[in-house]
Write a protein that binds this ligand. Structure first.
Ligand SMILES: Cc1cc2nc3c(=O)[nH]c(=O)nc-3n(C[C@H](O)[C@H](O)[C@H](O)COP(=O)(O)O)c2cc1C
Length: 204
C-alpha cells in the first residue's frame, strides 16, 4: 500500500492498520506479531507483557493469542476484560494502540480447534509444574525435558490441554500513529456497540 493512500486519508489509515495486523499474522519475523498486552491487576496496577498474535479477523475486529489458564493475565482478564494491546513496527515507524475487550476461552470449541493443529513441542508449553509464575527454589524451565521433536504422552496431553487457553480480543478503539520525517500523523477509530465507526485525526 503506497503512503499516498493513507497519509492524509482516514479510511486509508485504517486500511493500513488492518493490513499491518494481517501481514504480521503470517510473518514470524514481524515485530507487530509480538505486541505488548496490558491488563489491570486486582490491586489496580497496569501489567504488561509480550504475547504472540495467532489470529486476526478484520470483519469481527478480533485478535487471538494462546496462553496458560493458570497465568496471572488470565485471572486479571477474567476480572477486568478491558485491556490494551500495543504493537510497533520500526520501519517505517508505525504504532497501533488497541483498546479491546478480552474473552478467555478454556476447554471449549475454540480451544479444541486450536489444540487439534498445535504441534507436539508447542503443546509442552502448557506442562509447567508447578504453575507459571510460582517461586522456584532453583533455576528451571518448569516443563518436562523436551526437544524440538517432543510430543507429550497421552496423559501429558490431557494435562497440557487442561491448561490451554485462547484469548480473543475484540477491538473497540484503534489508535494509529505514523512517524515519517515529512510530518507525523495520528488517527483514532472508535466503534460503538452498534459497530458504527467514528474516525478522527488527532494531534500526534
Ligand atoms: C517473544 C515473546 C513472546 C511471548 N508470547 C507469549 C504468548 O503468546 N502467550 C503467553 O502467555 N506468554 C507469552 N510470552 C511470555 C509473557 O510475556 C509473560 O512473561 C508470561 O505469559 C507471564 O505473564 P503473566 O504472569 O502476566 O500472565 C512471550 C514472551 C516473549 C518474550
Amino acid at each position: 500500500m503506497h503512503e499516498n493512500d493513507f497519509y492524509d486519508d482516514l479510511a486509508g489509515a485504517l486500511e493500513r492498520s488492518w493490513r499491518l495486523l494481517e501481514e504480521a499474522i503470517g510473518d514470524p519475523t514481524s515485530p507487530v506479531r509480538t505486541p505488548v498486552l496490558i491488563s489491570i491487576s486486582t490491586d489496580g496496577l497496569a501489567q504488561g507483557r509480550t504475547v504472540v498474535l495467532r489470529g486476526f479477523n478484520r470483519q469481527q475486529r478480533q485478535l487471538t493469542i494462546y496462553t496458560d489458564a493458570r497465568s496471572a493475565k488470565v485471572a486479571q482478564l477474567r476480572a477486568q476484560p478491558a485491556c490494551t494491546l500495543v504493537a510497533y513496527q520500526p520501519n517505517p515507524m508505525m504504532q497501533l494502540r488497541l483498546s479491546t475487550n478480552a474473552i478467555v476461552n478454556h476447554n471449549n470449541e475454540i480451544t479444541h480447534e486450536a489444540w487439534a493443529v498445535m504441534p507436539g513441542p508447542n503443546r509442552c508449553n502448557y506442562l509447567t509444574d508447578p504453575d507459571p509464575g510460582s517461586i522456584s527454589g532453583q533455576p528451571t524451565d518448569g516443563r518436562p525435558v523436551i526437544n524440538a521433536e517432543s510430543v507429550p504422552t497421552n496423559n501429558e496431553n490431557k494435562i497440557a490441554y487442561s491448561h490451554f487457553s485462547v484469548i480473543v480480543f475484540t477491538i473497540n478503539e484503534l489508535e494509529w500513529l505514523y512517524l515519517p520525517r515529512r510530518g507525523h500523523r495520528r488517527a483514532q477509530f472508535i466503534w460503538d456497540e452498534a459497530n458504527s465507526l467514528q474516525s478522527d485525526w488527532l494531534i500526534p
